[in-house]
Design a protein around this ligand. Structure first.
Ligand code: ADE
Length: 224
């Protein structure tokens, strides 16, 4: 998979890809992530990427031209399955969207700034708009980092068996059950006995029941 991220703040997006699982996925050649600085696609001396809103109103708007130039250059080089715009009025990211995107070959992610982008960009280039939650960030970069993390860890081979995505919360629309490790008894706080029974069907049944209980308690909406 290849992900091209278009941003005015590439430095904000470097570190998530330089550590841990995402770094290993890149080093293993399972994913390529390319950051594109929108200012490299400007044509004036000030490297302007934004301008005042037509009709008046507070806040600047990201202009079409640099974004068009950047997207068009990328599209000349390869075909893209999705061109995603990160925005608080997009569809809220969930595990289903992450699963779906993890199967794509090439995607572009456009990070908004200021008040957002000229509507014509959304009308003519964007295939999908994604929000990471009902709050407003100062730009789309952190949302793009969240999206990339959620998607990349699902690419086959990125996670080992021991961290398999198959048992994640949400993978089957249930939250994950409680988990424990050594010691068995810490200051009198004990690990449930069933986990030492050696009876794997019994353990699996306990985990399913706990996952269901937890979901019912914390996220009953997931059970609807
Ligand atoms: N840009 C600003 N706020 C955002 C959000 N909640 N999700 C994605 N991109 C954003």
């Amino acid at each position: 998979m290849r992900i091209d991220i278009i941003t005015v703040l590439p430095e904000l997006l470097k570190s998530p890809f330089e550590a841990s699982i995402l770094k290993r996925a890149i080093e293993a050649g399972l994913v390529e992530v390319h950051l594109h600085n929108l200012r490299d696609f400007t044509s004036d001396n000030y490297k302007s990427v934004d301008d005042y809103q037509f009709g008046g109103g507070a806040g600047m708007v990201m202009m079409i031209e640099p974004i068009d130039k950047c997207i068009s250059k990328l599209k000349q080089e390869r075909q893209y399955d999705e061109i995603i715009y990160m925005t608080p009025d997009g569809k809220t990211l969930n595990q289903g969207i992450a699963n779906e995107l993890s199967l794509k070959e090439n995607i572009i992610i456009l990070c908004g700034h200021y008040k957002g982008v000229d509507q014509r960009i959304r009308d003519h280039f964007i295939t999908r708009e994604i929000s990471i939650g009902d709050y407003v960030l100062s730009g789309g970069e952190l949302g793009a980092a969240v999206l990339c993390d959620a998607v990349i860890r699902l690419i086959p081979g990125v996670l080992g068996n021991e961290t398999s995505a198959l048992t994640d919360s949400f993978q089957d629309n249930l939250l994950a059950p409680p988990i424990y490790t050594r010691p068995r008894d810490y200051k009198g706080w004990k690990v449930p006995d069933v986990l030492f029974s050696g009876n794997f069907p019994e353990i699996e049944k306990w985990r399913e029941e706990e996952a269901y209980k937890r979901t019912k308690e914390r996220r009953p909406d997931l059970l609807d």
